[in-house]
Design a protein around this ligand. Structure first.
Ligand code: NI
Length: 138
């Protein structure tokens, strides 16, 4: 991957730029260049994810009732089916009944979407949230 920096001019309405500076500063971004690079990376990752194209990385966080039906066995079977894109998992017992489980994923966006759909279809699943934070460019 070529990391050589290129400078370019950007024309933007003053008010929009003022809002951008205020928000990016409040998010800890030190300057416009860094803020813009973050946005562009997020835009590319988000587009890859929405289109189901390219390689992405992120997490899928689930909440489910572990007493419900056969959810534990089915969840394990699905994770074995998608073992090539699941890097690791973390399970936390939130309450007596509810579990939170987080899968760190990396791979083809369409495969991660298929995993998300399979998890959504499980009985006893309360919620499935995919947070795609990056794209793989090399
Ligand atoms: Ni648990």
């Amino acid at each position: 991957m070529n990391n050589k920096l290129t400078r370019f001019g950007v024309a933007m309405p003053e008010q929009l730029l003022a809002q951008f500076d205020k928000i990016s500063g409040s998010h800890g971004l030190p300057n416009r260049s860094v803020a813009l690079r973050h946005l562009v990376r997020q835009y590319i990752a988000s587009s890859s994810w929405q289109e189901g194209a390219g390689e992405v990385a992120g997490s899928i966080t689930m909440l489910y009732n572990h007493h419900s039906n056969d959810v534990i066995n089915e969840l394990t079977a699905i994770q074995h089916d998608y073992g090539e894109i699941i890097l690791c998992t973390t399970h936390v017992h939130i309450t007596h009944e509810t579990c939170l489980e987080c899968l760190v994923v990396k791979g083809a966006a369409f495969k991660i979407k298929a995993l998300e759909n399979a998890l959504n279809a499980l009985k006893g699943m309360h919620s499935v949230t995919a947070a795609i934070t990056g794209f793989i460019s090399d």
